[in-house]
Design a protein around this ligand. Structure first.
Ligand code: PRX
Length: 655
């Protein structure tokens, strides 16, 4: 809470410059308010107009919003479209030669591809998928490095109506296995390896390991893009090289016209149980959300060079790498490597080299680049930049100010965009030609997004008090269900107390101007370096180790990563006898979690106790553990603890 108090004391306000306002797609607060009013007066009519203006429909829709089976909403249901057609074909007549993607590999090699060629490659690959028997509605897991091919794979699935489920390349075989089985995928698209920071990291081997875990008989094709020319094991039954698959394929492929509600993709994300949720998105509503926000929030112009640094394994890489920038006909940078290699100037050099105008990254990246080379941006020509963006976690005012002054030279507005895997696109974010900015606030909801803060009973809370962040009316880009688990969808996002509002899982407060200040998650979800991780998932991974009897995982504020993971572990035998043994065991368990979930989930710290602090009814006292993890004085009532001595054990930091 103290963090929030300090953020709320932020009084600096930055108005957009007159020049920016003049050229903006939405100029001035009056335009913003007029759009909000239009949505208020005729909600369905407003969204119908947007959907007609932005999307090319194969069959126009006549129904806008069906709320009869709430919260299973349907948008533009009888309309037919194809998302890949909207991203590629629509630009062929007007700008076939325009560069769609500027790809920079880890080693600095640059490859550009224009709309005509990208279309041809997507069609060839789509034909390749069809030749393997993959059809509309089938699920295809994509486990690939950042590459033109990853975008081609996603677009090709969309083209034939197959539902992709991209799994971040940093997830382990077990996580991949879990997702393949849950989605019942019939194909996996992968690469031999990925290159990051000068290192070759295997991918195909991880897929092999995942498939060997059983229950994957349904997987009939593993399509392998040859990236690193690494040695891979080969299973002739289902493995096929990407280049061989497309070699004979025609460069045209009639798109599969699908209903607006046809699922475009599933993307797994962490919730408050041990099992990740397959967030299912639609075709029409989702596409509309990405296109509108490209124009509204990123103020997209045809001359822009857009760069979103997110991996396609996360929702940001779906909406603002694979779909949004192409749907509006933009030129975008796709980057294979990491921001700190060969040094912490990589991002700034790439902005200079590619004349990037719009740069979108995460606070964690900004904070680590400040630490590793706060002066480095000054060595590069960043004059092409006109807009900066932030996503994934709250940005602290200090990082915001550095981004604004050192990177943006006080010329570029910063759009701090609040949204989630579930919302598909930005929800609360500045329209940069309209809203005055306050460092640390994501400002106001987009026109048509009815966001509010409420208490446990679902009643609005007054300004300047914290509450649960909700969205009161359905919106086109929202999650449709959790794949295979509609009950969990209802329970997680539409609990009865919220009376039909979408419960985001964050808390927030609003200031006197109605600006939103996000306070963080209120469930057992952590944001570690912008990655979303469930404490229960990490606990389950720890408990699956034969040495571990019990585990509790909490977050602790971290200067760079936002949150660090602290695990309290009870071993099956006795506590480690000495510091050396404790250190060794902690390392073993960290690696175990890395192997089970993926390196992003490795606890930063592990502490051992004979027991965990529990209430009389047996519930772990997480608040107490959070205080202990932070080294705070314990103010909670601990009189109910069976064994107060364990508090001393759990305070012990392993050095
Ligand atoms: O806690 C919020 C935080 O990220 C969560 C959503 O995570 P994920 O589904 O992985 O999507 C991340 C990319 C959209 C939210 O519940 N979050 C996201 N953006 C912001 C944020 N917190 C504060 N400010 C933001 N701009």
């Amino acid at each position: 809470m103290s963090n929030i108090e300090s953020v709320l004391n932020e009084t600096r306000v930055f108005n957009p410059s007159a020049d920016f306002v003049k050229q903006a797609n939405i100029s001035g607060m009056d335009r913003y308010r007029a759009l909000c009013k239009a949505a208020e007066q005729d909600y369905a009519g407003y969204w119908a107009n947007q959907a007609r203006e932005h999307i090319l429909w194969h069959t126009p829709f006549t129904k806008t919003l069906d709320e009869s089976k709430a919260p299973f909403y349907k948008w533009f249901e009888d309309g037919e479209l194809n998302v890949s057609y909207n991203c590629l074909d629509r630009h062929l007549a007007t700008q076939p030669e325009k560069t769609a993607i500027i790809f920079e590999a880890d080693d600095g090699k640059v490859t550009k591809i224009n709309y005509r060629d990208l279309h041809a490659r997507v069609c060839q690959f789509a034909n390749g998928l069809k030749s393997r028997g993959i059809k509309k509605g089938d699920r295809v897991v994509i486990y690939m490095p950042m590459s033109i091919e990853a975008v081609v794979a996603m677009q090709a699935c969309a083209r034939i109506g197959a539902i992709h489920s991209v799994v971040f390349g940093g997830f382990s075989a077990q996580s991949l296995h879990e997702r393949i089985v849950d989605a019942q995928a019939c194909a996996v698209i992968t690469a031999d390896a990925q290159m990051r920071g000068g290192k070759v990291m295997p991918l195909k081997t991880v897929v092999d390991e995942a498939l060997a875990m059983g229950g994957c008989d349904i997987v009939k094709s593993v399509i392998v893009y040859q990236r690193a020319k690494s040695d891979v094991a080969w299973n002739a039954q289902h493995d096929v090289w990407w280049h061989e698959l497309v070699a004979e394929q025609a460069p045209t492929c009639e798109p599969e016209w699908v209903g607006a509600e046809h699922p475009l993709f599933i993307l797994y994300t962490s919730g408050s149980t041990g099992k990740p949720k397959g967030v299912q998105h639609s075709s029409g509503g989702y596409l509309l959300g990405t296109m509108l926000t490209m124009r509204w929030v990123f103020d997209y112009k045809p001359t822009d060079i857009f760069w979103c640094t997110a991996d396609v394994g996360w929702v940001t890489g779906h909406s603002y790498v694979a779909y949004g920038p192409l749907a509006v006909g933009g030129t975008e940078v796709v980057f294979e490597g990491i921001p700190t290699w060969p040094d912490a100037g990589r991002f700034w050099k790439m902005i200079q080299d590619h004349r990037v105008t719009t740069f979108y990254t995460a606070p964690t990246a900004i904070r680590s680049l400040i630490k590793l080379g706060g002066e480095l941006p000054k060595q590069y020509d960043l004059s092409s930049l006109r807009l900066l963006g932030s996503v994934g976690e709250p940005i602290n005012p200090e990082a915001w100010m550095w981004y604004y002054t050192v990177v943006g030279k006080e010329r570029c507005p910063i759009v701090d965009t609040w949204w989630q895997t579930e919302t598909g696109c930005h929800m609360i974010a500045p329209l940069p030609g309209a809203m005055p900015l306050k460092p640390g606030s994501c400002t106001l909801p987009l026109p048509g997004i009815i966001a509010a803060t409420v208490n446990e009973a679902g009643d609005d809370v007054s300004d300047q008090h914290g509450g649960f962040l909700v969205i009161k009316r359905p919106f086109p880009s929202q999650i449709r269900t959790i794949w295979g688990d509609p009950e969990r969808y209802k329970k997680s996002y539409f609990p009865d107390e919220m009376r039909g509002a979408y419960l985001a899982g964050d808390s927030a407060s609003r200031d006197k101007d109605g600006y939103f200040w996000i306070m963080g998650r209120v469930d057992d979800v952590l944001k570690v370096s912008g990655h979303r991780l469930g404490t229960m998932e990490i606990e389950s991974a720890l408990v699956a180790n034969p040495l571990v009897a019990e585990a509790a995982v909490v977050g602790r504020p971290h200067d760079i990563k936002g949150e660090a993971i602290v695990a309290f572990v009870v071993l099956k035998g006795s506590r480690p006898a000495d510091a050396a043994k404790a250190k060794e065991l902690a390392e073993t368990l960290r690696n175990w979690v890395g192997k089970t979930i993926g390196p992003i989930a490795k606890p930063d710290e592990i502490r051992f106790g004979d027991n965990l602090p529990k209430t009389r009814s047996g519930k772990i006292m997480r608040r107490l553990l959070r205080a202990i993890a932070q080294g705070l004085e314990i103010t909670q009532d601990v009189s109910t603890l069976e064994n107060p001595a364990i508090l001393e054990q759990l305070k012990e930091v392993i050095k």
